[in-house]
Design a binder for this molecule. Structure first.
Ligand code: T5A
Length: 214
């Protein structure tokens, strides 16, 4: 019996309130409508253990945590996610759509916390080997726009308590990564109204799929 073709791994990135979850749902619907096998997941999280670690990472009552602890907890959740969900589903031929992945560690821990990209890259290489997202959609918004949207929901989580400069560093790191890997990354202006952002996402998606021969 022949092995199924490896599935595709697509991630959505951006700072808080950029509109990732909203736009991901839209693409999930397109894939479901087309009858494609699709797995929707998120980081930190995506497994029972990962969701517990997410709870700790975002709990405002925990307050300060060493940046190294934060990075290692995120990669612990990611190791579980890779083992239980991402790799097996890709091997089965599914589309795996993930709300944040390792680019968020480069942006938030590498740049935001100042740990530097080398440490993140070391963990990435150890845990992921060659595995990288096939497509990274970066929803880019000015920090004040993203925070305003995110904070309109009420209570802040532990990371949303960071200052504007932290999110500026994270945003710059995302944009820099997109510049370094233009074949796999796409930047979308997330500050537009919802419909315009959706139109841009769908256009990028259709072009990317065509280029992939779908
Ligand atoms: N983290 C994660 C790390 O530090 N390192 C890592 O390696 C990883 C993986 C996750 C936290 O963990 C950190 C980063 C995060 O701080 P989270 O709750 O998942 O926590 O945080 P976010 O992913 O940022 O979730 P948000 O919900 O804040 O952002 P989204 O998903 O980008 O935004 P979305 O779609 O939920 O929209 C937010 C609000 O804005 C509105 C929506 O209706 C919603 O109310 N909205 C718009 N309004 C106007 N115009 C538009 N175009 C809009 N698009 C959305």
């Amino acid at each position: 019996m022949s092995q199924p073709q490896r599935g595709r791994f697509v991630t959505f990135e951006g700072i808080e309130g950029a509109g990732k979850s909203t736009q991901m749902e839209l693409l999930v619907q397109r894939l479901v409508d087309a009858g494609e096998p699709v797995v929707v997941t998120r980081e930190p999280g995506g497994t029972a253990l990962g969701e517990k670690l997410r709870g700790l990472l975002l709990d405002p009552d925990i307050g300060q945590m060493a940046a190294e602890t934060e990075l290692l907890l995120i990669f612990a959740a990611r190791a579980e996610h890779l083992a239980q969900v991402i790799r097996p589903q890709l091997e089965q031929g599914a589309w795996v759509l993930c709300d944040r992945f390792t680019d968020a560690s480069f942006a938030y821990q590498g740049a935001g916390r100042g740990l530097g990209s080398e440490r993140v890259a070391t963990l990435e290489g150890w845990l992921q080997g060659e595995l990288r997202p096939d497509l990274v959609m970066i929803l880019d918004v000015p920090v004040e726009v993203g925070l305003q949207r995110a904070l309109a929901r009420g209570k802040r989580d532990r990371i949303e308590n960071e200052d504007v400069a932290f999110f500026e560093r994270a945003r710059s790191a995302y944009l820099e990564r997109a510049r370094c890997f233009p074949d796999r990354y796409r930047i979308i202006d997330g500050a537009q109204d919802l419909e315009s952002v959706s139109t841009a996402v769908v256009r990028i998606w259709d072009e990317w799929q065509q280029a992939q021969g779908h």
